[in-house]
Design a protein around this ligand. Structure first.
Ligand code: SAM
Length: 327
């Protein structure tokens, strides 16, 4: 039986990560970052390993020639091993963005942003899966920047970027602290949802809560708008109950003042573990001189993405919307 390129890569990532996990007494995800870096550098970077282990790893790495694999095969195989690692222990808020969603975000980004060269920021880049799915599918010259507070996830993003040969600039920091990043033409983010514990920092935001902790996802929207050029686009994955919270009025006011709502795509609930985890794709454009709102915002209720016929019907509706609203 012929083994697919993704399976070949998965096997090497997985088996070498298990060896490193054992030898370094670390988590599977940490070991995955280590093994990915070894493969990228073409050497074994951990000098505390026994001679036998080093030999074993070398032999497995030699079976793989990364330059023979496409960026998408590498991303998909890495996505699968990360998923395996995340099953062990990852908070729901740190989940990787699946590529079904990444593909949609990439399509929307490509259709909205007219420039053939632009700068793209993901302020909650995590493992880099969403960002690299987009980079692999949008045929434009994109300079990309990622931020994440979690040091293991950002290490995975770094290795992911290296293996796929994407020169992404990464910052390991709280994205709600000041960002030393020039304004970008576009932002994408699968937002962390929930309360932001740092009330002192939250006080710098228009969207801070009047009492108690503020919502991270609200502050992320504001921070992203700050770092976008006038007329730039922002595509977020937001909780489906975004406008049902007690702070919704404040959010509405902020949005009215700073952005134009271009669209809201409701993702099918079947994509998520439960109703409360459901997300929508929310598309904004930062206000600026000469920026006109669409005649009507794109409001779409997406069917289950596996229902090809319905999906095609919706996609042609979306295309029609672009023709009528974006020329
Ligand atoms: N798109 C990512 C991917 O494909 O792996 C997943 C994003 S995940 C839903 C949300 C991310 O937000 C997590 O990686 C988490 O570490 C990050 N995060 C949460 N709070 C943050 C903060 N204050 N600053 C920066 N990143 C934060």
């Amino acid at each position: 039986m012929k083994i697919s390129p993704i399976e070949q890569l998965f096997t090497v990532f997985n088996e070498t990560a298990l060896v490193l996990q054992e030898e370094l007494s670390c988590s599977y995800l940490e070991a995955l970052a280590e093994t990915g870096e070894n493969m990228f550098q073409g050497t074994i970077l951990q000098d505390e390993l026994s001679e036998l282990t080093t030999k074993r790893l070398k032999k497995q790495y030699e079976e793989i020639h990364l330059d023979k694999y496409s960026k998408e095969d590498i991303r998909k195989a890495y996505q699968l091993v990360i998923l395996k690692g995340m099953k062990e222990n990852v908070q729901p808020n740190h989940q990787m963005t699946p590529d079904t969603i990444g593909l949609l975000v990439g399509y929307l980004l490509d259709r909205f942003v007219k420039q053939s060269t632009f700068r793209l920021l993901d302020p909650a880049v995590g493992t880099g899966n969403l960002l690299t799915t987009v980079l692999n599918h949008v045929p434009k010259e994109i300079t990309s920047i990622g931020v994440d507070v979690d040091d293991i996830l950002i290490k995975l993003a770094y290795v992911n970027a290296n293996l796929q040969e994407h020169p992404i600039q990464l910052f390991n920091q709280d994205a709600l602290e000041p960002l030393f990043i020039d304004p970008v033409e576009a932002v994408i983010a699968d937002l962390p949802v929930g309360f932001y514990p740092n009330d002192v920092r939250a006080a710098d935001y228009q969207l801070k809560a009047n009492t108690g902790h503020s919502y991270s996802h609200h502050l992320f929207i504001e921070q992203s708008v700050r770092h976008t050029v006038p007329g730039g686009y922002l595509i977020f994955l937001v909780p489906s109950g975004l406008f049902e919270s007690e702070q919704a009025a404040q959010l509405h006011e902020f949005l009215k003042e700073h952005v134009i709502i271009q669209g809201l795509l409701q993702l099918p609930e079947t994509m998520f573990k439960n109703k409360s985890a459901a997300k929508n794709i929310f598309i904004l454009q930062k206000k600026g001189e000469g920026i006109q709102p669409p005649k009507q915002a794109m409001l779409v209720n997406l069917p289950s993405l596996s229902k090809q016929y319905e999906m095609d019907r919706i996609l042609s509706q979306i295309e029609k919307w672009f023709q009528e609203n974006k020329g």
